[in-house]
Write a protein that binds this ligand. Structure first.
Ligand SMILES: [Zn+2]
Length: 349
C-alpha cells in the first residue's frame, strides 16, 4: 500500500507535476472550476506550515531544472521552495483534483501494468473534471486508467458516512443505526461462519447487477441486508454468469459439460467444487465432476462429447458461437472443460 505522501515524493510524480505547470492555463478551470486558481501548497521550510488556499504562493520560475515557488509564512516571512524530480525534500500538497490528475498521468505512462483506480461513488463528479484536464493535456485514451466506483455508505441523514469523523471522535460519533459489528466484526451476533456467510451473500447480491454499484446504501439498509438474508444455508460456490439458452440446458440437466477459458479464476476450480450459474435473476448450483484442460477449442471438441456441451448445436456451430464469446487472445489462455451435475433445483431470486 502506498500513501499520497509516498507517491508525491517519487521522481515520476514530481516530473509529471512539473510538466503540468507548463500547461496551467489549459487546466486551471478544470482543476478549480469555481475560481480558476489552482492551489499548490508548499510548506514553510522552518515550521512546515502552508497556506490552505495558497493565496501568496507564486510560481516564480520554471525551467528544465525544476520549479521555484515563493510563498509567505505568517511566522517566518517570505520563503522559497524548489521542486525537481531528483530532490524529494519539500512536501507537495496538491488539492484533491490536482493530485489525482498528476497521479493518473503518472501511472498512465506505465505501459506494462494495467492500473485500476478504486474510488467511492462520490468521486464520480470529480473524475469528470480530471477527465477534462486529461483531455486538455492531450492525454492518449489508452493512458487513462480504468476506474471502478464503489457504492457510497450513507449515514441515516443521507450524508456520506464520515470515516475521518469516526477516526477522530471514535464510537461516540456513530450515528444511530450503525450496528456495533459494522466497525468491530467481533461484535457480530453470531458465529464467524455465519458472519462470513452473510458477507458473502450480500456481496453476491450486489454483484448480480452492475447498477448496484452506482447506488448509495445507508448503514440501516446495509444492516438490514446483512441480518435479513434468506434463512437457507449459503452454498459457497464459484459464481458464473451464463447466457439464457445455456442456463436453461444446465437447469434441465441436458448440458453436462461447461466450457471456459482457463483464466485465473477458473484455475481454482477442482473436482468437487460447486459452481453457481446465474442468469437474469435465476440461479442453479452444480457440482464439478471432472476438470479437463486443453490448448484450444478444437482440441477440446476432439475429446469432449459435443452433445454434452450443447445438445442443440453441431460442433461447427458451437465453435463459431464460442469464438464469438472468446477472442483469440482469451483462447490463448487455454481451455477448460468442466463436467457438471445438478445439486439443487433452480430457484428464482
Ligand atoms: Zn514558517
Amino acid at each position: 500500500m502506498e500513501t499520497y505522501t509516498d507517491q508525491q515524493a517519487t521522481p515520476g510524480f514530481r516530473a509529471e507535476f512539473l510538466r503540468t505547470l507548463e500547461r496551467l492555463e489549459d487546466i486551471r478551470w478544470w482543476m478549480a472550476p469555481s475560481h480558476g486558481v489552482i492551489h499548490i501548497r508548499v510548506p514553510c521550510p522552518y515550521c512546515g506550515w502552508a497556506e490552505k488556499r495558497a493565496d501568496r504562493t507564486k510560481l516564480a520560475h520554471l525551467d528544465e531544472d525544476g520549479a521555484t515557488f515563493t510563498a509567505v509564512c505568517f511566522d517566518h516571512g517570505t520563503y522559497e521552495v524548489h521542486i525537481d524530480p531528483e530532490d524529494d525534500q519539500p512536501y507537495l500538497d496538491l488539492a484533491t483534483l490536482y493530485r489525482n490528475l498528476v497521479k493518473e498521468r503518472t501511472v498512465g505512462r506505465d505501459g506494462q501494468t494495467l492500473h485500476v483506480m478504486m474510488k467511492g461513488g462520490d468521486w464520480a463528479f470529480g473524475c469528470q473534471l480530471v477527465d477534462g484536464a486529461l483531455g486538455a493535456l492531450n492525454t492518449p485514451p489508452a493512458h487513462i486508467p480504468i476506474r471502478i466506483f464503489t457504492p457510497q455508505v450513507l449515514a441515516p441523514t443521507g450524508a456520506k458516512l464520515s470515516k475521518s469523523l469516526l477516526r477522530e471522535q471514535g464510537k461516540g460519533a456513530l450515528p444511530a443505526d450503525v450496528e456495533p459489528w459494522m466497525l468491530d466484526t467481533t461484535a457480530w451476533p453470531g458465529s464467524i461462519d455465519n458472519y462470513v456467510d452473510s458477507l458473502v451473500w450480500m456481496v453476491s447480491e450486489l454483484l448480480t447487477d452492475p447498477k448496484h454499484f452506482f447506488r448509495s446504501f445507508t448503514v440501516k439498509e446495509l444492516g438490514r441486508l446483512m441480518t435479513q438474508r434468506p434463512a437457507e444455508p449459503v452454498v459457497r460456490a464459484h459464481e458464473m454468469g451464463i447466457y439464457k439458452r445455456y442456463f436453461d440446458l444446465i437447469a434441465a440437466g441436458r448440458k453436462t459439460t461447461e466450457i471456459r477459458v482457463n483464466d485465473s479464476s477458473r484455475r481454482k476450480i477442482k473436482e468437487g467444487s460447486l459452481i453457481r450459474f446465474r442468469c437474469q435473476g435465476d440461479e442453479v448450483v452444480t457440482r464439478v465432476t471432472r476438470v479437463t484442460r486443453y490448448d484450444t477449442f478444437d482440441e477440446m471438441f476432439d475429446h469432449e462429447e459435443v452433445a454434452s456441451v450443447n445438445p442443440l448445436a453441431t460442433r461447427d456451430e458451437q465453435l463459431a458461437n464460442i469464438r464469438q464469446i472468446y477472442p483469440p487472445e482469451r483462447e490463448a489462455l487455454g481451455v477448460v472443460a468442466l463436467g457438471i451435475e445438478l445439486v439443487d433445483p433452480p430457484r428464482t431470486a
